[in-house]
Design a protein around this ligand. Sequence first.
Ligand SMILES: NC(=O)C1=CN([C@@H]2O[C@H](COP(=O)(O)OP(=O)(O)OC[C@H]3O[C@@H](n4cnc5c(N)ncnc54)[C@H](OP(=O)(O)O)[C@@H]3O)[C@@H](O)[C@H]2O)C=CC1
Ligand SMILES: CCCCCCCCCCCCCCCC(=O)OCC(=O)COP(=O)(O)O
Length: 535
Amino acid sequence: MACASIPERPADLKVSYGLRSKSLGPRKWARMDPLNLAPSLPRAEGPPGPGDPGWLVRLCWAPEEHQTRMRRKSLLQARVMDFLTSTAVLPLLFGCVGVFSLLKLLQWLRMKAYIRDAVVVITGATSGLGRECARVFYAAGAKLVLCGRNAKALEELTEELAASQAAKVQTHRPCSVTFDLSDPGCIVGAAAEILRCFGHVDVLINNAGVGYRGTVVDTSTDVDRRVMEINYFGPVALTKALLPSMVRRRQGHVVAISSIQGRISIPFRSAFPGSVTCDHEERGCMEAASRLQRDERAGTSVGMPHPPTHLALWPPTCADAASKHATQAFFDCLRAELEQCDIEVTVISPGYIHTNLSLNAITASGARYGGEALVSLFFCKKLPDDSVGTFTLIWDILPKTRAHVGGGHLYWSDLHHDRSRGYEYPTSLLSVVQLRDRMAGVPPPPDLEELLVGTQHPARWPHRLGPFTDKTTAEGRSPVEVAQDVLAAVGKRKKDVVLAGLAPSLAVYLRALAPSLFFRLMAARARKEQKPKHC
Ligand SMILES: NC(=O)C1=CN([C@@H]2O[C@H](COP(=O)(O)OP(=O)(O)OC[C@H]3O[C@@H](n4cnc5c(N)ncnc54)[C@H](OP(=O)(O)O)[C@@H]3O)[C@@H](O)[C@H]2O)C=CC1
Ligand SMILES: CCCCCCCCCCCCCCCC(=O)OCC(=O)COP(=O)(O)O
């Protein structure tokens, strides 16, 4: 055994590093990793004797016999590894991959068979996710019943699908049923019409829904009820109307398109609309709008016939979270109750999707978020400060729309939006009619009509429209991809699916596991987005 104070290393000697205690004696050496000494420390066999200087680190040469032993050991290890990789592990690995692929293939075939020829009802099929679901389920061979409020849009979609060649399986001409989910009186009749289409329903996809933009304090309970009516009571009533037929057949599948906001409530989760492209002019408009809203609160506003209580220019907040929480709860209960009847229930919670949801959202005043903001920003800075009035705008593609002017700002509410035209936007204002002074008796400036008509820049509409889809929505997933995920979730008969990114998914767990931390984070988020106006 050669142990010295680092002699020159002979070429044929293997160097190993070791520790030695004087109390262990010269033969007690341990091979060890020089960079990780601690785990390999040899244990002392007794307490250090008197005068023992403790552990010494030395560089030593391993003895010849020890080296041979080690060489044999590594040879054995190499053989074992060879055996495992050549005769056991690789075949096992390939076997697992094969079995896994086979299972996936079977699952895929089962999924295809489940959807093919199934009668699938989709609500809100006229737009966004519903429209894309219609396309993917149609291509998968489903017999579709398309539901919506807009008969013309449903007809167009039916024609488009019937003309499409994309499907590799036999397709069926869709049937359409027009009704408003927020009208409780028409749901039973609509369900009967749905059942008449193909005689039964296999899959009901409750997709239709609205977004909401407004602060809790500014919103009347009537508007809260409207959101609940469309997002919660409508789907619940439709499901209940179709369930008896499913239960009788002991076959059926109910799907609810909820939201990640059915799990967590996010305040001010959207960026300030238009903040990305907000130029100096727009900022001026926003300031004017804020001033006007302040004046209204203080009761010093110049007369407005029906001043809106909310401007779409305010950072939006979220209240449809309540309706989606209710949806999650209802369909979770339903799943448990219906399992014994062999009826499946799937709740799908997507994160942001790039659709018209934010444009179509209901504001605290009950108006449509997109429409209000659009015209406010487009015209406000160009109106003289003392112009006050109510008049009608005639657009190229929309029927008459009432507008209010006050405080240099023009409000246009989309309440009279012509649904039969879908969600096209006006590109040109043809004229301003019925210009009449209301409250204040201040005649509108004579050139107002000319001013409004003259300021049309059709080429700028797309630019102006862009920002009013909330940034978060605009950056959301493509509805085509989400529709494919919905198809997969239904085909695999999943019970509960979250289709969101990492942060929202983690937030769901955080809400459940550390609620106080979650609430603190949300409050910080709300503080950052908007100073409360009510306290
Ligand atoms: N976009 C997103 O970021 C997210 C959306 N979701 C959910 O996805 C679903 C689809 O929304 P999305 O496609 O994004 O939005 P869209 O606004 O593009 O589509 C909404 C659909 O619902 C229909 N609808 C609205 N109100 C009613 C009503 N009273 N009666 C009947 N139908 C109605 C609309 O019909 P019409 O054309 O007549 O207005 C439209 O077809 C909604 O439930 C939404 O909450 C969930 C998470 C995120
Ligand atoms: C362990 C670390 C966790 C960190 C979590 C921090 C909190 C992160 C918050 C993430 C918020 C995501 C919000 C997602 C909201 C969403 O996707 O909503 C979808 C919608 O319903 C959109 O509809 P809307 O009408 O509201 O636009």
